[in-house]
Design a binder for this molecule. Structure first.
Ligand SMILES: *[C@@H]1O[C@H](CO)[C@@H](O)[C@H](O)[C@H]1NC(C)=O
Ligand SMILES: CC(=O)N[C@H]1CO[C@H](CO)[C@@H](O)[C@@H]1O
Length: 517
């Protein structure tokens, strides 16, 4: 009897458990379906949010985990003719320099780091560029930080700004910086007088070495050439230092080569001048050498040397197919990404080809860009600006709403991008990426702080199609056509087609297009 009862109870318990599990499962299933329902579009829209463009990593050859890592050099043709100077300062050295040993210096055998304090980084001796300037100059106010750094080093302090208030303040480092260029070039000439090209950059610059060498191989180093991104007013226009400057052996021979103390005569003038890169122009100008810059001048350097990082490069029809060779204001992650970009590009192209603005667009911009709008996205679109504080635009309603702003962009045939924030609308006639603008704290709940951006993808596609160098455009148009067909055939709204009318999902479908030239 007892045994029977127990069995019965057991059966009931089992039944109850099974029933409970079933009910729970059903409930879960329905709530899952419910979640899929109304919010479906939301999750799909989330998909269309910009995708980090690091997809390259998987495509590049990396050593397998656990295998010994080797720092591989990758010297472009003719690089042995280059003497590279990287100009930096003791207060930023440890932050900015190390990444170049893993990227830039793998491609350039003859390089030298020039700073305002002697130091050793790994196996590389960093030169104190100001070591031999005249003693009275070292006593001037501009040299205060130089003297402090010397004292700190002698006192066994680490020269790191976070650790010592006396060397913080970028102004101090900046004031000293202008004295470095001429002694640096003098030292370069003394060190490698047989180099064909003397190139200097800042530690927050990046050079695409293969294209630069491809270009330099077409030029004659015996000519007196001074090349870079032109700045300043005539007669003494200069090549902007951060954008990377190339000086031929011919030019060095005629200036710094004339006198081992050539730089010394410019000390007094430097005190009164803003910048070291301008002083280079003076030193060369006095030897009869001017910057090469114009379209008709040999060699045509415009567009090639950039004063900005990839995210704020202004790409447009006029430069789309033009070679690009350097960037400035790049941080350490930008440098790593540029390095990856270069490696990937090289694995897919002839070594004689140039990297163009179009290539930079495909790698750095397009993965983020969608047909719709991107919220909390900023730093671009500034060619036309409308705001209540701008007297020229006082009665322009563009700044009154996002819709007006977009309509203004549509109405201006040159407009390729727009940016809206409450009370402000800015339009751009070039393709510029910008970046995510992170809102924090109370700003998160304040929509007037939200910046929304968008691009005129159809217009961009149009000029890409006409450019003659954009190898992707046909593939992309084909894909677009196929998507449209899919919607018609199904007669149903599939996940893909919800996003379709022209909207690009960067990380997904476009991945192939992004890198498969
Ligand atoms: C300073 O002069 C010494 C002696 O001539 C030389 O060895 C050194 O390279 C010079 N330093 C610089 C930065 O020019
Ligand atoms: C380079 C550039 O334009 N940077 C700007 C990005 O946006 C922030 C805030 O909106 C500005 O402070 C930067 O100057």
């Amino acid at each position: 009897m007892d045994g029977k009862r127990t069995t019965l109870v057991n059966k009931r318990v089992t039944f109850l458990i099974i029933a409970a599990i079933s009910i729970f499962s059903l409930f879960s299933f329905f709530s899952f379906m419910a979640r899929l329902g109304p919010n479906k579009t939301q999750s799909i829209i989330a998909l269309s949010a910009p995708d980090p463009p690091h997809v390259s990593r998987t495509e590049l050859p990396h050593p397998a985990p656990g295998s010994p890592s080797i720092v591989q050099t990758d010297y472009p043709e003719g690089i042995e003719d280059v003497y590279l100077m990287v100009k930096t300062g003791a207060t930023v050295l440890w932050k900015r320099l190390p990444v170049h040993f893993m990227t830039t210096f793998k491609q350039v055998p003859y390089f030298q780091v020039y700073s305002d304090m002697a130091e050793t980084v790994g196996d590389h001796h960093v030169v104190d560029t100001l070591q031999n300037v005249s003693e009275p100059l070292k006593l001037t106010e501009d040299f205060e930080i130089y003297r402090i750094q010397q004292e700190m080093q002698a006192g066994h302090y680490n020269v790191i700004p976070e650790k010592n208030g006396a060397i913080t303040g970028s102004k101090k480092g900046w004031n000293l910086d202008k004295y470095k260029n001429l002694p640096m070039l003098q030292h370069a000439w003394a060190t490698r007088p047989d180099a064909k090209w003397f190139i200097f950059m800042d530690a927050d610059s990046y050079v695409l070495w293969t294209p630069l060498m491809n270009w330099l191989r077409t030029l004659d180093h015996r000519h007196a050439l001074y090349m870079g991104s032109p700045a300043g007013q005539p007669p003494v226009q200069f090549a902007h230092g951060g954008s990377v400057v190339v000086i031929s052996r011919g030019a060095m021979l005629r200036s710094f080569g004339k006198d081992p103390q050539y730089y010394k005569q410019y000390e007094a003038k430097t005190i009164k001048t803003c910048c070291g890169d301008l002083m280079v122009a003076h030193a060369l100008y006095d030897s009869g050498i001017k910057i090469a810059k114009g379209i008709d001048e040999y060699p045509y350097a415009n567009f090639k040397f950039l004063g900005e990082p990839p995210a704020i490069v202004k790409a447009k029809a006029a430069n789309w197919c033009k070679p690009i060779m350097s960037f400035h204001h790049v941080d350490q992650q930008d440098i790593q990404r540029l390095h990856e970009f270069e490696r990937d590009w090289k694995s897919k192209h002839d070594k004689d080809e140039y990297i163009t603005y179009s290539d930079v667009f495909h790698w750095f911009m397009r993965p983020y860009m969608t047909e719709g709008r991107v919220e909390d996205w900023d730093n671009r679109s500034d060619d036309r600006k409308y705001s209540p504080t701008d007297p020229k635009a006082i009665d322009a309603p563009a700044h009154e709403s996002l819709e007006n702003c977009v309509a203004y962009c549509e109405a201006w045939s040159e407009c390729l991008g727009w940016r809206y924030q409450t009370g402000m609308c800015a339009l751009s006639e070039s393709v510029r990426l910008g970046h995510k603008r992170l809102r924090q704290g109370d700003d998160l709940f304040d929509d007037t702080k939200k910046v929304t951006s968008g691009w005129m993808m159809d217009r961009i596609r149009e000029f890409r199609a006409k450019s003659g160098c954009d190898r992707l455009v046909h593939e992309e148009l084909q894909e677009k056509a196929q998507e449209k067909v899919q919607v018609n055939d199904d007669g149903d709204v599939s996940a893909d087609s919800v996003i379709v009318p022209g909207l690009e999902i960067p990380g997904q479908r476009k991945r192939k297009g992004l890198f498969g030239f």
